[in-house]
Write a protein that binds this ligand. Structure first.
Ligand SMILES: *Cc1c(COP(=O)(O)O)cnc(C)c1O
Length: 367
């Protein structure tokens, strides 16, 4: 008898599953711990914006109705924020959905996508899922080597994925450099510029890729409400590009891919600039606190522009397990070919301190 699973194409069976951060509830079940700190998924330690919560409460009575499949209000708010039109905005069930929509729209068998070593795991995943070939370009000092990435573009390449800042390394390509390099990407290649952490950039590092859309018909910018806006659990993100690109992506998009609660919460969060500023200030202080702690422990780390730091601990599996036993969840990144590192998200000051103390104990334990 034929097993139907064996008939599934090899490119699907060959996918390496995404490894999410361990949920708090899982560690509770496994170890019976009650006070757990999760610094594993780059979530906002302040929680969601209070305005988003209020909007959600207001929308609850409408839950029997389907959401607005065109996301008119949220798209209007985003268009106003970025001085674009609604036709230049696509909404996603998280920005992972936007990345996948790009892959399903522009890739397929016989095409390829270029991305960097140590880049976000979703790029190879969505590429492989549609039967396209992933071309991984060696990183330089844990950062994207843009020159090498552009040189790796083949005649069949349709997408170039660039994460800026990148996760899990936190590396940043300076705006002017990025802009100049992207000008040399052939027009048949869609540049997917993933800016999931752009809201965390310090003023000196900020750049505005949205204005590049006017000169770059092959640019798609992806952003999310999961990180600085504190709405990871709701799943909402968006893509910005020229109308023709957005129109094609909308054709493969599920009609109701963003829930009604996500739509109203995202719109409210977008307007809560005070929350965004608090988030940024907390993150800047937290990065400094963790960096200082790592230095004190004699650990080297990759300077980060995100809300996380990847720190070199050596035997990362052992340290990870020790931290778990102490009730601290961080993220192993061996799957990103960084077997000596752990990625630690910035938490509240007391969470960062607890993590550093646990890390010190873990390092002192006999191997
Ligand atoms: C967290 C993250 C995202 C956002 O994912 P969502 O689906 O929006 O939650 C996108 N890209 C990178 C590089 C990330 O780290």
């Amino acid at each position: 008898m034929t097993d139907l699973c064996e008939l599934v194409p090899g490119h699907i069976r060959g996918i390496a599953p995404y490894q999410p951060g361990k949920p708090i509830s899982e560690l509770e079940r496994e170890l019976g711990l009650t006070r757990i700190i999760k610094l594993a998924s780059n979530e906002n330690p302040l929680g969601p914006s209070p305005r988003a919560l209020e909007a959600i409460r207001g929308a609850l009575p409408e839950l029997a109705l389907y959401p607005d499949g065109n996301g008119f209000e949220l798209k209007s708010a985003l268009a106003r924020r970025f001085s674009l039109t609604r036709e230049q905005v696509v909404l996603g069930n998280g920005s992972n959905d936007v990345l996948e929509l790009a892959a399903r729209t522009f890739l397929g068998p016989g095409t390829s996508a270029v991305f960097s070593e140590h880049a976000f795991a979703v790029y190879p995943l969505v590429t492989q899922a549609v039967g396209a070939t992933g071309i991984e370009v060696p990183a330089r000092n844990f950062a994207h080597d843009l020159e090498a990435m552009i040189a790796a573009i083949r005649p069949d390449t349709r997408i170039l994925f660039v994460a800026n800042p990148n996760n899990p390394t936190g590396s940043l390509i300076a705006g002017p450099m990025l802009r100049a390099a992207l000008e040399r990407v052939p027009s048949r290649v869609l540049i997917v510029l993933d800016e999931a952490y752009t809201e965390y950039l310090e003023p000196a590092h900020r750049y505005d890729a949205v204005t590049w859309l006017h000169q770059r018909p092959n640019l798609l910018i992806s952003r999310t409400f999961s990180k600085a806006y504190g709405l990871a659990g709701l799943r909402v993100g968006f893509g910005l590009a020229r109308p023709a690109v957005i129109d094609l992506m909308n054709r493969v998009r599920q009609p109701f891919n963003v829930s009604s609660l996500a739509l109203v919460a995202a719109q409210a969060a977008l307007g809560d600039l005070e929350f965004l500023e608090r988030t940024r200030a907390l993150n800047t202080a937290g990065l400094a606190q963790l960096a200082e702690g790592f230095r004190r422990l004699g650990l080297s780390f990759i300077p980060s522009h995100g809300n996380f730091l990847s720190v070199e601990v050596g035997d990362s599996a052992r340290i990870y397990q020790s931290l778990l036993r102490q009730g601290i969840i961080v993220r192993p990144v061996a799957g990103y070919r960084m077997p000596r590192h752990l990625r630690i998200s910035v938490g509240l000051p007391e969470e960062n301190a607890a993590c550093l103390a646990a890390l010190e104990r873990a390092l002192q334990e006999a191997p």
